[in-house]
Design a protein around this ligand. Structure first.
Ligand code: ISE
Length: 335
């Protein structure tokens, strides 16, 4: 079976997914694309002969030839499109966030629960990164004892001027929120957010960097430095400190340059560069799951929980106070 995928949104991420689904991922092809900018949609599939460019995203979802849908359009459109996919009974991979608010995510969770089966996967690609997978294997295999602390760093080269301060949490640190829940296998119950001195190179009103402290149900503490104007490159670090050892992501660089008395190695420019392998593996697993009749990867519940924690972080950023995370009861559908 070849999974015929429809893609909604062909900006940077959607176009990259189209390239992978059209030529790299096995067992899949791109059947149709939609973008508010028709020319951009055409350009994204210029080399994929199977792909039609459609003018109506809801018609794309309902199209009888489309087996599954990938949503990479703007955040505020996600709820409507995921709901339409559920209505059509089609598997859907939605780029993060599942929806911009926890309330909207919960509506999607409820709609999926009513169908009694998982259709939704959320694009938290770090779950497919070799380094994070190895950390999880070490922890789950009991190699280093129980988890105590998780130190995380998330740096981007540059964010657009005027980026709202909460975007550091909802667009960037949300990945640490998801990966911590996945790695540790438990929920985050409280969040604090500190405001270090603001970088003088960053335009008002963005509070950059920020420092989050998250607490899990069992008492593991997670700290996250998020700095979206670090200038020098894109960097993600993670160190898990346990009772009998510590494990950290290694540098993903593949070579070291020695020249004129100095040693240097490359730094990724952005997340597509750093997580290229993870994106590929995520799409392959999504397609393989569709063939096997199961939804894989981060679930609708994970999408909801990540945004619920992010909302508590934003509340903590605004109030300066430690804020509890209020999660609904997890439906049995999500294990
Ligand atoms: C971006 O939107 C992403 O999703 C990247 O994975 C993340 O690292 C980056 O900080 C975000 O801006």
């Amino acid at each position: 079976m070849t999974v015929n995928v429809g893609i909604i949104g062909t900006g940077v991420m959607g176009a990259d997914h189209a390239r992978l689904l059209g030529g790299v991922v096995s067992g899949a092809t791109v059947g149709a694309v939609f973008d508010v900018d028709r020319e951009r949609a055409s350009a994204a599939v210029a080399s994929i002969s199977t792909a039609r460019v459609l003018d109506d995203p809801l018609a794309l979802i309902k199209d009888a030839d489309i087996d599954a849908v990938l949503i990479a359009s703007s955040d505020e459109t996600h709820e409507r499109f995921v709901l339409a996919c559920l209505g059509a009974g089609k598997p859907v991979l939605c780029e993060k966030p599942l929806a911009p608010t926890a309330a909207a995510c919960l509506r999607l969770v409820d709609a999926e629960v009513a169908l009694g089966r998982r259709f939704v996967s959320v694009g938290f690609m770090r779950r497919y990164d070799d380094g994070y997978l190895e950390l999880k294997r070490m922890l789950d295999g009991g190699l280093i004892g129980g988890a105590l602390l998780l130190h995380c760093v998330h740096r981007n080269v540059r964010a657009p001027d005027g980026w709202p301060s909460e975007m550091l949490i909802t667009a960037s640190a949300v990945h640490e929120i998801d990966i911590s829940r996945w790695l540790l296998g438990e929920e985050i119950v409280a969040a604090s957010c500190y405001r270090p001195r603001r970088s003088a190179l960053v335009a008002e009103p963005t509070q950059d960097p920020q420092f989050l402290v998250l607490e899990t149900a069992s008492g593991v503490l997670i700290d996250v430095e998020v700095f979206v104007n670090a200038r020098y490159g894109y960097e993600v670090r993670c160190e898990l400190v346990c009772e009998e050892g510590a494990a950290a992501l290694d540098e993903p660089a593949t070579s070291v340059l020695r020249r004129q008395g100095a040693e240097s190695r490359g730094v990724a420019r952005d997340w597509r560069d750093r997580f290229s392998g993870a994106y590929r593996a995520e799409l392959q697993d999504w397609v393989d799951g569709i063939v096997a009749g199961e939804a894989r990867g981060a679930s609708g519940w994970d999408g909801y929980a990540a945004i619920a924690v992010a909302e508590s972080c934003v509340a903590a950023l605004e109030s300066g106070r430690r804020t509890d995370v209020q999660l609904e009861a997890r439906p049995p559908l999500y294990g």
